[in-house]
Design a protein around this ligand. Sequence first.
Ligand code: SF4
Ligand code: SF4
Length: 294
Amino acid sequence: MQGRVFDIQRFSVHDGPGIRTIIFFKGCNMKCVWCQNPESQKKENQILFQPNSCQGFGDCIAACPTHAISKNKNNKIDYDKCNSCGVCINVCPTGSLSLIGKDYSSKEIFEEIIKDIPYYKNNGGVTFSGGEASTQIEFLEEVLNLCKAHDIHTNIETNGLFSFEKLENIFRKLDMIYFDLKLFHPESHKKFTGVDNKIILNNARNFSKKKFPILFRIPLIQNITDTDVNLQDFICFLKGLNVSKISLLKYHNFYENKLDGIGRTSEKLNLPPYPEEKFIEIKKLFKKNQIQVV
Ligand code: SF4
Ligand code: SF4
C-alpha cells in the first residue's frame, strides 16, 4: 500500500513520550485558519517556492511546460496552472523550488522509522501526524501493524473527524491518541475549520467512554479558540467525560513563511506568538476546574 507523506521529523520530544519519529501524512479533511502545516492540507503534491534564496535567473520560467511561473517573487507560481511535474525543481540553480509530498510504501516508511529504534527508550517511538493521518487509513494501518510487530510505541495526532465505527479497531492498536478539540460551537467550528464538529464531539465521547488512551488538546488561538465562552464550554464538556488532564497548544506564527511558499500569503492571521500571561491564566482556569494541563 502506498501513502503520501510530506515530512519525516526525527528526535522530536514534543509529540508524545520519549524521543520520537514524526511521520507527517499529506492531506487533511479540515482547513483550520491557523494550521501550522498549511502545506499538509492538500492531498496532492505541491511546489514550494522559497523567495529568499531565489536569484531571479528565470530558468524555471523558460522550462515550465504549463507557463505557470512568473518573474514576480510574491506571486511566483500560478497553482491553477501548475501540475506539480517538478521540471522547474530540476533546472533551478539555487534550490528555491521543491516538491511537498512523497509517496512511500508502508515498508519504505517503516524502514525510515526503524532507523531511529536505538533512540526509542522510555516509551519513545513513532507519532503519526499531518495533515490528518486517518485520511490514509489503509496505509496507516499497515505501518501501524509493522510497528506493533516490532514493539514500537505508537501515537497519533488526530483532528477526530472520521467514522468511529469504521476505524475503532485500527485506533485500538495505538498506544496513545492525541485528539484535538478546537471550537465547541458548531457554527464557529465550521467558520474557522471548514467543517461542522458534530462527528468530532461524538468521537470524543466514544473514545472517552471506551477508555482509549487519549489526551485531548486545545490549540489556543487569540480571540478564536481562547474566548471565555469556548473554554467554558469545553471545560463543561470535558468534565462530563471525566477528563482530568488535557494539553494546551500555544499559537505560533512559524507557519506564515509556509503560506508564502505555497502562494497563500493573503491567508495569514498576522497574530503575534501566544502571550505567556494569557496562557498561564487559562492553565489556572482549567486547574480550578480540576483539569490538569500537561
Ligand atoms: S511543477 Fe511543473 S507545472 Fe508546476 S511550476 Fe514547476 S515546471 Fe511548472
Ligand atoms: S486539522 Fe490539523 S492539519 Fe488539518 S487543517 Fe486543522 S490544524 Fe491543519
